[in-house]
Design a protein around this ligand. Structure first.
Ligand code: GLY
Ligand code: MN
Ligand code: MN
Length: 427
């Protein structure tokens, strides 16, 4: 990526931080990447994920124990350089990015004494004499939803990496692979493991496709493979993709259902425009699922009757999507101002993670689904009188599990950019 795009990103971030410096009457803001965390009573650490507020400043995956010090006229990177014969001491990555930074390798915390008096810390760390300011963190979080061109480029690259993984996963499934083998095919194609995948890969064959966050990977091959649902991403400079594709082994009724969910998904994604209410898009999706249930003879009630009885939610129980960035569920989806006031999810859509109005250059996911989840179908039968659902047909579809289709979309003024479809088209 052109360094000018990164430098422009730094200008935007610095402008935001200068406003924060003035708002909180500070001379410097210190942002910690965080320390390694360990399994209970163990000396093995979890895969490290840096605090996003620190990662946002640097164009490479940030290691633990870094600090970014932001002053109005200087960017400084405090880099851990303590000698250690047990572990690799990270070298500072080479690159043009360095021209914007003062880089200070440190072996201890002496650098803290040189900070200005009016200084605050954000992130997962404690520094002697530097207060942690939660309200400052919240104030800065609000900005994170709207992405710079550099961030959109990173998110696009993360979609490209993941698309290659999804293609390999789908090919492996169609060749008869088990969930675990599909997982290996995905990792091999993306060249990313747990330190880089933004969340544990969800790889479900048949009924497992109906478990929304299915994280087991069966080693046994299915003797009658029907459906593969893969919800898996990748990272680039810390930025995540979050993509779901459903691959079908047969060209049957379930394929027709899949294609209608895909059409709905595209119709909704294309409405992700500046000023649009995401809650309203979610509601449109619920109505779209009701329409599909009616068209496919799964429920005889009209869309309006289904909505009144909350029938679609038994087949589509999650929210339409969320903000995407350095975190898969990026911060601030319900935050409506710098002070941290929130707009809660509507009572009828409690899982909706994005309630603030869409703004140009937010990056979001659009991920409707249609599942056959035994627990919810039992509830539907027990709790909804005159539900009109065709259980003779529904029961036949239980072995297929479900469908989810998830793209990563840049909100536009008059047109969206679908990072995920672009990536698949480029394969
Ligand atoms: N992969 C988690 C999600 O789609 O939100
Ligand atoms: Mn998602
Ligand atoms: Mn996902």
């Amino acid at each position: 990526m052109d360094n000018a795009v990164y430098l422009h990103h730094l200008d935007v971030l610095l402008q935001r931080y200068k406003e924060a410096l003035s708002q909180f009457k500070l001379d410097a803001i210190v942002v910690a990447s965080g320390a390694l965390s360990y399994y209970y009573h163990d000396d093995n650490s979890h895969p490290f994920k840096p605090y996003a507020g620190a990662q946002q400043w640097l164009p490479f995956a940030l290691p633990a124990n870094c600090y970014v010090v932001i002053k109005a006229d200087q960017l400084e990177l405090i880099w851990p350089a303590k000698q250690d014969f047990w572990h690799m001491v990270n070298a500072v990555p080479e690159g043009e990015w360095q021209s914007a930074w003062q880089i200070t390798p440190v072996e201890n915390q002496d650098w803290v004494a040189a900070l200005p008096t009016h200084c605050a810390l954000i992130g997962p760390a404690n520094l002697e004499g530097v207060p942690n300011l939660a309200s400052l963190e919240t104030w800065l979080d609000f900005y994170r939803a709207v992405k710079t061109d550099y961030e959109i480029e990173c998110l696009s690259k993360a979609s490209h990496i993941a698309a290659a993984g999804h293609k390999a996963a789908s090919d492996a499934f169609l060749a008869g692979a088990s969930e675990f083998e599909v997982h290996l095919a995905y990792l091999n194609a993306t060249r990313q493991d747990a330190a880089y995948t933004p969340y544990p890969n969800i790889i479900g064959i048949n009924e497992h496709a109906a478990v929304l966050h299915y994280e087991q990977k069966d080693h046994l091959r299915s003797f009658r493979p029907l459906t593969l649902l893969v919800d898996a991403g990748a990272t680039y400079n810390g930025y995540a993709s979050d993509i779901t594709r459903t691959t079908l082994a047969l060209n049957d009724d379930f394929k027709a259902l899949h294609d209608d969910v895909n059409t709905l998904q595209q119709r909704i994604a294309n409405q992700s425009l500046d000023g649009q209410s995401f809650i309203e898009l979610h509601d449109q999706t619920v109505a779209g699922i009701a329409d599909i249930l009616r068209t496919h003879d799964l429920c005889s009630l009209s869309v309006e009757e289904q909505i009144a009885k909350r029938i679609p939610q038994h087949f589509y129980p999650h929210g339409l999507g969320h903000l995407l960035g350095l975190q898969v569920h990026d911060i601030g989806g319900r935050q409506i101002n710098h002070a941290g006031d929130t707009k809660p999810s509507p009572a009828e859509s409690p899982f909706l993670r994005l309630t603030r109005p869409l703004q140009e250059n937010m990056v979001i996911t659009i991920e409707p689904g249609l599942y056959f989840i035994p627990m919810l179908l039992d509830q539907l039968k027990a709790d909804v009188p005159q539900h009109g659902c065709n259980f003779a047909k529904i029961d036949k579809l239980l072995p297929y599990g479900g469908i989810r289709i998830e793209d990563n979309v840049v909100v536009g003024k008059s047109q969206i950019r679908n990072l995920t479809r672009e990536a698949f088209d480029a394969l």
